[in-house]
Design a protein around this ligand. Sequence first.
Ligand SMILES: [Zn+2]
Length: 138
Amino acid sequence: MELELDLSDFYCLNENCPDYGIKGKGNIRVKEIYGPKNRALLRCNTCTHCFSETRGTIFFGLKTSDDEILRTLALVPEKGSIRGTARATGHDKDTICRWLDIAGTHCQEITDYFFQELELSQVQIDEIWSYIKKRTKT
Ligand SMILES: [Zn+2]
């Protein structure tokens, strides 16, 4: 199977790895293909850490990790507002707005992440999406 993946766009997500966060070093390899969408499981040859192609790439190019961003977005319904979330997390309100905008363009990946990594319920995920959709309408 041909993969439309440019491995030089990925970097190791293991913070203890010497190649953590460094792109284009050739340490990232495809380990296997899984799931109905043919996702690639990637492996860092430096530290043997494995991660999905969907990890670390949703908010591609931002300084904050996907994990931190998505955990922050997951708080928005609980805090009741973007302003409240900004206060609770220390992230700038405008930054969170920008993340919501980006989230709106990665629906499936983000829903998967909320389900699998943060183990949110469908109701919680729907609430987060209602915030994202509110923004994309305006
Ligand atoms: Zn590594």
